[in-house]
Design a protein around this ligand. Structure first.
Ligand SMILES: Nc1ncnc2c1ncn2[C@@H]1O[C@H](COP(=O)(O)OP(=O)(O)O)[C@@H](O)[C@H]1O
Ligand SMILES: [Mg+2]
Length: 1019
């Protein structure tokens, strides 16, 4: 460690110490100082600094000037007579103070010897060292340092930090909770600490570990992710949950601390957010080895006031011996005496002076320090001939000491100039740490003037201290300051009148808003706080919605809902004119978050409420918006309500003058009827017309995902595949898990129709496993998987999957898995010659009283109809078979689905053959072939060609027969070859009797031949 004067530069942990006090410096300012110190023997030019610190980007040399200015301030180095940094105008800088190297000695055992200013606390320091030793022994330690404001928690932590900073390999990282961020910034202090770690040049290993073990955390630091990594990473973590996020960071920390110890300091946990609490709880409860010492500080009284769940957590942890507490007692009288000795070296005070200070301060360190400072300032204590003395009689001091720390701060404040007061008032609203820039409009002064005044206050050790020069969100550089202790800020903030306070908040909010438009995501919480304080509730709600989305990106959905709950409260304070509108807006957001994670009932409730509320106040647009969202949710749980909602939306939007909104409802209404009721060509036309209108109105940018299912229903499988693949790329950037699963499901359906069953299987398996690992319910994918098994002739497998789904009680309706299970059971029974059972099963699928409607229920019912024809044919009941085949054909021809139609003709052809009605059979065979010419549908084609083969054999046209058998075989091989050789589903498919019949002797070995297909048709 480099030392100069009382300063020490800790290059491992990137911090600067003045004695035992940590001096705040922005990371770049630290780098500049470090560079100067490391080259202290010579002049360093601006270019050299630029090349060394910003090798890849262009930076205005002015910036260096600003940073040096900031460093000077932090060091307290006067420009005209510098002690540390000398400026050579237009050339550069030289570090002129003597620099020495502090040898990083062996651990001292107790840090007290390196600290000069801290008094007392020997016991606490010894305890901390003890915990550290245990941590070094791979026994993780969670330690809470508690005590009232100003008792000395931060001082203790700093002293400990400093005492171990010299130890080789011990890493120390810190995060700070911020008042007001509690419920709104998930993992704030943890992200701060980890962020500081990973951004350092030497942190390659940390980044790698995060990439491997904690991708949900790595993604929170976008600048660390290479563009080509991003997509894979997004895919890997999509739909992650809180549990996974917490587990991952624990695992990563365990890996990282297997060798080198880590001290993680989280300060002021009385303002902690619930997600950080999850983290704390998990770290404390996990049992694996880790050289980890987690130190958290908080004020117990504030926990009670804020009803923070930390209280219960800590009690539980202590009870189970999973954490320790160091409760800082007040300083004792001898400590005060020692403090006097250290700080007034060479002092000569009456014996009872320490007792007086002790009594008044009650042993609160901050109070003690302040009383003494105040006495010096007021001339009660001063130097006479170089010796510190009490300048008045001891009895005269007593009445002049304020009763409480608050009063003392108040009195100090009163003595400041009007300008100083004004600046501090604004600053108290801005926060513990503030930029001169931010408060400049509220204080109505030029930035330079404000900076000068802040500088003077800092020099006089009053209220604030310099916190370096930092870049703002808008790229501007501004000096920052922070309160010497949060109590100062709290006292000043409390004494503001309501009116003054909200005015200042509003000023700040507007100033911040102007600075950060492109990056509002980062500052949304702060903006929301200030707008709320400034009573601009509409703006506050706007930013809370952004904050809720941020929380969702951190997989903290519970926090998202909480943030929106707060927004809903604020909505009731919005002026009457906009109140309902704001409420419905927030409710829709709440519905969205629930939808995204699959809480369909809650999602529906929120949308219903929003719609009802909007209806009551005749807010048409808001009502339609809520209803349209409701359609998507209800589509998964109650399709009749979905159709009802969209019809209602359609009616209302017709009377609004919002053409895009109306076009949306006009497109969605027929679409919903097609999905949830039945296929009708009029609706398909209405949809197409609606789509044309909206493309015209929006320039064709309207998202297509939801409508993509219409394509396969009309035989446009490749179009469906393209949209699904595009959709997956888009939705992966969001945190909408359900939309992502639906997009994957869409892709699976398209692939399946194209005969690529093996790929479909792999896609679904991987996605289901990922979703389950993430703790999501991949219900929509499991349905597709069961569907796939029916297409692959694995009816037992399909049944099993459906039964598991029904049993899992996922909260989704069971109509669809039941229908697929019966359909599969019917087919299995058919293959085994149990026709009666098959009939029963297929009838169950068709009967709406047994199987209520679900998404595309009619599609499954038509398939069951096909099953009925087969069952009657197999039973030899031609009468019934004819009736059902007629119904089947009628139903299939009413759709636009080539696959259903081809199968209906195929069934009719078999009926014709059974009846020896050769003309009808031939007609049906030909109709089936016409469809196969136009569409690539291998999953239906093998049956259709297989039947054509039979027909031509029976009618003695061997050549044509063989052509069709070959085609059927080619389709089967195409399907077979899409599977991996070892995939059991492939074997099941090949073993099915209807397949074997067609392949005859030609059953492919595991290494497959490339089939030749006749189609070029790419629909
Ligand atoms: N043990 C100590 N010895 C000397 N001064 C102390 C001690 N503890 C605290 N102080 C002084 O009191 C101030 C407030 O202490 P701090 O550690 O910030 O309190 P907390 O973090 O508990 O609110 C510090 O700035 C420091 O000047
Ligand atoms: Mg503190």
């Amino acid at each position: 460690m480099k030392q100069f004067h009382t300063f020490r530069l800790d290059t491992v942990n990137h911090c600067l110490w003045r004695g035992e006090e940590r001096v705040s410096l922005a990371p770049k300012a630290f780098d500049v100082l470090r560079y100067l110190v490391e080259h202290a023997d010579r002049l360093v030019t601006q270019d050299e600094i630029l090349n060394a610190l910003w090798p890849e980007t262009y930076v205005n040399p002015e910036v260096i000037k600003k940073y040096v200015l900031g460093i000077r301030k932090a060091l307290g180095d006067p420009r005209d007579n510098p002690e540390f940094i000398e400026t050579f105008p237009r050339r550069g800088y030289q570090f002129i103070a003597p620099v020495s190297e502090v040898i990083s000695g062996a651990p001292t055992g107790c840090g007290i010897s390196t600290t000069r200013k801290m008094v007392g606390r020997e016991g606490a320091m010894a305890e901390l060292n003890d915990y550290l030793s245990q941590a070094l022994n791979s026994q993780r330690q969670v330690v809470f340092i508690t005590g009232e404001a100003g008792i000395g928690k931060t001082t203790l932590v700093d002293a400990f930090h400093q005492s171990i900073a010299n130890r080789p390999n011990v890493r120390i990282i810190r995060g700070q909770c911020v008042e007001g961020f509690g419920g709104k910034e998930a993992y704030y202090p943890v992200l701060e600490a980890i962020g500081q770690w990973v951004r350092e040049a030497s942190s390659g290993q940390v980044v790698q570990t995060l990439a491997k073990q904690a991708p949900t955390w790595l993604i929170q630091f976008p600048s660390l992710i290479k563009a080509e990594q991003r997509e894979a990473l997004q895919k890997e973590i999509h739909g992650a949950t809180r549990e996974r996020m917490v587990r991952e960071i624990c695992e990563a920390l365990e890996s990282l601390t297997a060798q080198d110890p880590l001290v993680l300091i989280l300060e002021d946990l009385h303002w902690v957010d619930p997600s950080t609490l999850d983290f704390l709880s998990a770290v404390a409860r996990r049992r694996g080895p880790a050289k980890l010492l987690l130190l958290g500080t908080y004020r117990p009284a504030d926990l009670i006031l804020s009803k923070s769940p930390l209280k219960a957590l800590k009690q539980d942890l202590v009870l189970h011996d999973l954490s320790h507490e160091i409760n800082l007692e007040r300083l004792e009288e001898p400590d005060v005496a020692e403090y006097l000795e250290i700080h007034f070296a060479n002092g000569d005070f009456p014996k009872t002076f320490a007792n007086l200070i002790y009594r008044h301060s009650g042993g609160n360190a901050l109070f003690m320090v302040n009383i003494l400072l105040d006495m010096v300032k007021r001339g009660l204590v001063g130097q006479i001939d170089g010796i510190w003395k009490l300048k008045v009689a001891l009895e005269d001091v007593e009445p002049r000491v304020p009763e409480t720390l608050d009063q003392l701060i108040e009195a100090q404040f009163q003595q400041l100039s009007a300008e100083e007061q004004c600046i501090l008032r604004s600053a108290s609203v801005a926060g513990e740490r503030f930029s001169v820039w931010a408060i400049s409009t509220a204080a109505e002064m030029e930035s330079d003037a404000i900076e000068d005044i802040c500088e003077r206050l800092a020099e006089r050790l009053q209220f604030i201290k310099a916190a370096g020069i930092n870049a703002l969100a808008n790229g501007q550089i501004s000096a920052h300051y922070e309160f010497r202790h949060s109590l100062y800020r709290e006292v000043l903030y409390r004494r503001l009148s309501d009116v003054a306070r909200s005015k200042l908040h509003l000023h700040l909010a507007q100033r911040l808003q102007a600075s950060c438009d492109p990056c509002e995501e980062e500052q949304s919480t702060e903006l929301a706080l200030h707008f709320e304080g400034g009573r601009d509730y509409e703006e506050a709600i706007r930013y809370l919605i952004v904050a809720a989305k941020n929380a969702a990106r951190r997989f903290a959905y519970r926090d998202s809902i909480e943030i929106l709950g707060h927004a809903l409260e604020l909505a009731s304070r919005v002026t009457a004119g906009h109140r309902v509108e704001m409420r419905t807006q927030v409710l829709v957001q709440i519905g969205d978050i629930h939808y995204a994670v699959g809480n369909m009932d809650e999602s529906a409730q929120a949308y219903e409420k929003a719609a009802a509320m909007a209806a009551e106040s005749s807010l048409g647009t808001a009502q339609v918006t809520a209803l349209l969202r409701l359609v998507h949710t209800m589509g998964l749980i109650d399709v009749d309500r979905a159709v009802e909602a969209v019809e209602q939306a359609n009616q209302i939007s017709a009377s609004l003058s919002d053409p895009i909104l109306h076009a949306r409802t006009q497109m969605l209404a027929p679409c919903a009827r097609l999905y949830y009721h039945t296929w009708r060509s009029q609706d398909a036309e209405l949809f197409a017309a609606g789509k044309e209108t909206i493309d015209r109105l929006t320039g064709g940018i309207y998202p297509e995902m939801h409508y993509a299912h219409l394509h396969p229903l009309q035989g446009r499988y490749r179009e469906a595949l393209r949209i699904a693949e595009d959709g997956i790329l888009k939705v992966i950037e969001t945190s909408n898990t359900v939309a992502y699963l639906l997009a994957l499901g869409m892709k699976a359906v398209a692939l399946m129709h194209l005969g690529r069953l093996g790929e479909t299987h792999q896609l679904l398996r991987a996605a289901i496993e990922r979703a389950e690992k993430n703790g999501n319910d991949p219900w929509v994918l499991k349905i597709r998987e069961a569907w796939l098994h029916t297409a692959g002739m694995d009816f037992a497998g399909a049944q099993e999957l459906c039964t598991a789904m029904i049993r899992s009680n996922s909260g989704y309706p069971t109509g669809q898995p039941k229908a697929i299970a019966w359909f599969a059971a019917g087919n299995a029974a058919l293959l085994e010659g149990r026709h009666d059972e098959a009939l029963q099963d297929f009838r169950r699928v068709i009967d709406e009283n047994v199987t209520p409607k679900f998404f595309l229920h009619w599609y499954w019912r038509i398939h069951a109809q096909f099953g009925l024809v087969n069952a009657w044919l197999a039973a030899g009941n031609l009468e019934e078979a004819r009736v059902e085949a007629g119904r089947l054909l009628e139903a299939a021809l009413a759709t636009a689905d080539p696959s259903l139609q081809a199968l209906a003709w195929e069934a009719k052809a078999r009926l014709g053959m059974a009846e020896k009605n050769w003309q009808s059979a031939e007609e049906s065979v030909q109709n089936g072939q016409v469809i196969l010419e136009k569409f690539e549908i291998p999953t239906a084609a093998w049956r259709v060609d297989g039947t054509a083969w039979d027909f031509y054999q029976q009618t003695n046209n061997q050549k044509a027969a063989e052509t069709h058998r070959k085609r059927a075989e080619a389709c089967i091989l195409k399907i077979t070859n899409s599977f991996a050789p070892e995939e059991p589903l492939r074997a099941t498919f090949l073993a099915a009797a209807p397949i074997r019949r067609i392949l005859g002797e030609n059953v492919p070995a595991k290494v497959s031949r490339q089939p030749k297909l006749r189609h070029g048709a790419a629909h």
